[in-house]
Design a protein around this ligand. Sequence first.
Ligand code: FAD
Ligand code: DHB
Length: 389
Amino acid sequence: MRTQVGIVGAGPAGLMLSHLLHLQGIESVILESRSRDYVENRLRAGVLEHWVVDLLTQTGVGARMSREGLMHDGINISIEGRLHPINFKTLTGRGVMVYGQHEVVKDLIAKRLADGGRILFEAEALQVDDIAANPTIHFRKDGKTQVLACDFVGGCDGFHGICRTSIPDGVLTTFERTYPFGWLGILSASPPPSHELIYAYHQRGFALFSMRSPTVSRLYLQCDPDEDVATWPDGRVWEELHIRLGDDARTRLAEGQVLQKGITAMRSFVVEPMQHQRMFLTGDAAHIVPPTGAKGMNLAIADVLVLSRALTAFYRTGGSDLLEGYSHTCLQRIWKAQRFSWYMTSMLHRFPADTLFDQRRQRAELDYVTSSKAAATALAENYVGLPMD
Ligand code: FAD
Ligand code: DHB
């Protein structure tokens, strides 16, 4: 099998890359280790930056999002139970869209297949050879090992994929920070406590009150990173959510059937450069942010937009300047998103090793961002998404 761009991974990065390339007349094949059903139902991020909303709409994959997504003008920050709204629309003229990552994935898969795109599900990439000249991706499908030959490889296979590790030792530098907590997340058949998201700071730890629709909530609690989900029966989860929201009378947060529950660890991670010869890493394959800033999926889409433009220029003119500059271009945005995600994470979580000084400083930071227009504007412009061009 041969194509122009071999893509490993059918997450938001791989699917969007294939879609954008198709619009420019460039062929690709996506290899995805999981089934279609699995990737379409894998619950992850939920907030789209304003320019991602525009990009999905302009490229013909925004129709369901504009019907079913929830446009939000801002967020609330809760400090020990008191709500402080931050209105992005007033501060920046822009808002964000709450629309689940798995819905974006469903829309992109449907569009790629309708446009004649090739996505091989349950096809696990094993290794990539000859990255320097004639890349070949070895993969296993239906028990047989096969080969996909291509001009370029899109390494869109997430943090645990094989593309990053196919790059020889010594090429990449890793920058990493781990956090002494994780997030327990539930999906619940109940309305959210507020029309817009609530990021809650509390002595007992952070909580986030988000949603997927007016009747389905997505709720998170700061927990220990290596905790077993079995130690969090539904009753304990609801109790803790009420406390961290300051909902002492149990009147603000409706409880409902818990549809899904899981624990996610937190890390900040970047590799530089994000490319080697004919292999280009995108999204979680190259970088991870802690989820507090809602940046993960947005960064993945930003990378593939840059890569699709560079590949388009190459196939049109033979010029490789944009391809050579891919990593440098992406990293400027990525480090700003890393900074913002670290800022939101450190402002809102309880760190077990914090001194009393640290706690007072953290409260001052929260008081500042909820009372100063300048500080709130800095948060808002990062949250809605820094300009792409
Ligand atoms: P992925 O979505 O990980 O896609 C990579 C794809 O590659 C997967 O489909 C995988 O099956 C496939 N793959 C891997 N290895 C191979 C192989 N060898 N062969 C073929 N295919 C392969 N961000 C937020 O902003 N908010 C959140 O609440 C949030 N929650 C998250 C929860 C979890 C459990 C995780 C893992 C991430 C979460 N994120 C969140 C981050 C966000 O979802 C990611 O940044 C986003 O998925 C990145 O997209 P991607 O396409 O780069 O990678
Ligand atoms: C969601 C996840 C986030 O990490 C975030 O910052 C906001 C919303 C969500 O899943 O809805």
